[in-house]
Unconditional design. Structure first.
Length: 54
């Protein structure tokens, strides 16, 4: 679900989807500890390089 929200944030450029993805990653941290942070650099790179600059 976090990956889906990061992809939606990249497509729409809305901050609320990015915050939702971060919140879901935090929830995943509470459940599975550090395993959830493995895809995090890739998701942030997707958002950084995928969004259109104004």
């Amino acid at each position: 679900m976090a990956t889906w929200s990061f992809i939606t944030a990249t497509e729409n450029g809305k901050l609320r989807w990015l915050l939702l993805g971060g919140g879901l990653m935090g929830l995943g941290f509470n459940i599975k500890m550090l395993q959830v942070f493995l895809p995090l650099p890739a998701l942030y790179a997707l958002y950084f390089f995928g969004t259109s600059k104004p």
